[in-house]
Structure formats: C-alpha cells, structure tokens
Design a protein around this ligand. Structure first.
Ligand SMILES: Cc1cc2nc3c(=O)[nH]c(=O)nc-3n(C[C@H](O)[C@H](O)[C@H](O)COP(=O)(O)O)c2cc1C
Length: 161
C-alpha cells in the first residue's frame, strides 16, 4: 500500500487475538513483523493469575531477544492485549528497552470489552511519542467481520499515508 515507507509491526499475544490483528496489519501494509516473547510461564491458571497480577502492578517481565531495530523503520506499530486494565508486561519491557530507538509510532490493542484509552495513554507515555493512529478492538468487534475490516482499513490507511 505505501509506496516506500518502511513499516515494522511488533506485538505480544498470549491467546492469538493480537497476533491475528498484527498479521492482518502487516499483510495489508507489506510490513516486517516481530513477535515479542514473555519468558515467564503464562500458561494455565497460575500463568493467568501471574499475568493479571504483573500487569496490574505495571511490572515488566523478561522478554526474548529483540531482532528488529525500530530505528531502521519510518514507523513502528506496536500491539498488546489489555491485561488487568494495563498493557502486557512484555510490551512494557519492550518499550522500556527500545523507546529511544523509535521513530513514528502507532498502536493497536485487543481486549474483552473494557475501554482502551488507559492502554493508549500508557503506550504513549512509555514510548514518549504521540501515536499517529490507534486501533482498539474488543472481542465483539473482532468477531464482527465487517466492523473489523472497517477499523483495520481506517488504521492501515492513516499509518500508510
Ligand atoms: C490476565 C488477563 C487479564 C485481562 N484483563 C482484561 C481487562 O482488564 N479488560 C479487558 O477488556 N480484557 C481483559 N483481558 C482479555 C484480553 O485483553 C483479551 O482476551 C485479548 O484479546 C487477549 O489478547 P491475545 O489473544 O492477543 O493474548 C484479560 C486477559 C488476561 C489473560
């Protein structure tokens, strides 16, 4: 879509929703993609509880190696699920690590259904940047193909300009 903009999509996803959105965005924009891994075990009930507790405390976590340098891209699109009202600890850790290397940014987030403004605020604060665009998706919007495609189109158009 964009003639020559270099775009990087970075995301963390535990159960695949944010990953699906990241893949769709990357496909539409011809962007490179990087998945952030959380080295803490988030599986099962204990993993779920630790996820909520860590996110609620705004704790970071140890993440796997980051391979792509955002400084080599015109814009980085960063995606996270909402956990306990906050961004995921893995994306918090990622932003703390690479904020200084970011050019322009846009963000996307998925959640069960609660407001995503606090997530956007956190992402802007941690990156030290105002987002060019924000795509927030609830579970209901993810399931409604028409709404999903419309929101995806609006987001990718403003990012690709
Ligand atoms: C530990 C945990 C806490 C969550 N907290 C919230 C929340 O505060 N508000 C909300 O709307 N959804 C919450 N959710 C739901 C996720 O945001 C939602 O399922 C999201 O799409 C998951 O993304 P993923 O599949 O990429 O991991 C929570 C999910 C988990 C696992």
């Amino acid at each position: 879509m964009p003639a020559n903009k270099k775009i990087l999509v970075v995301y963390y996803s535990k159960t695949g929703h944010t990953e699906g959105v990241a893949n769709d965005i990357a496909r539409r924009l011809g962007a490179d993609i990087e998945r952030i891994t959380d080295l803490k075990n988030r599986k099962g009930l204990l993993g779920f509880l630790s996820a909520g507790r860590d996110a609620g405390k705004k704790a970071r976590t140890a993440i796997g190696p980051v391979e792509k340098d955002p400084a080599r891209y015109d814009i980085t699109l960063i995606g996270t699920p909402k956990w306990a009202g906050n961004i995921s600890p893995a994306i918090r850790a990622y932003l703390e690590k690479i904020a200084k290397r970011l050019g322009a940014v846009a963000f996307f987030a998925t959640c069960a259904g609660t407001p995503l403004e606090p997530v956007l605020n956190d992402l802007e604060t941690l990156s030290g940047k105002k987002a060019v665009a924000f795509l927030g998706l609830t579970m209901r919007e993810l399931r409604d193909e028409r709404t999903y495609q419309e929101k995806l189109e609006a987001f990718t158009s403003s990012v690709g300009k």
